[in-house]
Design a protein around this ligand. Structure first.
Ligand code: NI
Length: 175
């Protein structure tokens, strides 16, 4: 498996709508495995393909946080939210493409998601709590939407300026 570099906002690829994945192939399974490894390494609880510059509808997540609990790596091809609760919940969100910036975002507390799994099987499940927030955040990436798009313009611009500076510093460090 290969760690893939994660794009940092602002990047035009993070603003694009990703294309549906046709039939599953070994190549796509390798991509999913690479994304999981990249996510765990970061470390993070979710990653969407556009974040590694691949404009395909694929996300990975694992929101198991309890220490010692078994991991639950999920790879979702063509994930789709088929139902949302009226009830909402607010979490402090972050994003591997927006390092070290966090802000509260309010989203439906429960969502039902349909997707194709790594074996090509159609799956459907209701997610709650952190899983619900995470899966919505990752599916947003497939629409070119970031969590900072939910914030007030001033706060969003402030974070974007910090990221521009971070990218400049990293580019300089890389020589
Ligand atoms: Ni993200």
């Amino acid at each position: 498996m290969t760690l893939r570099p994660i794009l940092i906002h602002p990047d035009p690829r993070l603003k694009k709508v990703a294309a549906p994945v046709p039939d599953l192939s070994d190549e796509l399974r390798v991509l999913a495995d690479d994304m999981l490894e990249t996510m765990y390494d970061a470390p993070g609880i979710g990653l969407a393909a556009p974040q590694i510059g691949v404009l395909k509808r694929l996300i990975v997540l694992d929101c198991v946080k309890e220490e010692g609990a078994a991991p639950r790596p999920l790879a979702m091809f063509n994930p789709e939210i088929v139902a949302r609760s009226d009830e909402t919940s607010t979490y402090e969100e972050g994003c591997l493409s927006i390092p070290e910036q966090y802000a509260e975002v309010t989203r439906p507390a429960e969502v039902e998601v349909a997707w194709i799994d790594r074996d090509g099987k159609a799956r459907q499940e209701v997610f709650t709590g952190l899983w619900a927030t995470c899966v919505q955040h990752e599916i947003d990436h497939l629409e070119g939407k970031l969590f900072i798009d939910y914030l007030k313009p001033l706060k969003r611009q402030m974070i974007t300026r910090k990221m521009v500076k971070l990218k400049r510093e990293r580019a300089r460090a890389a020589g």
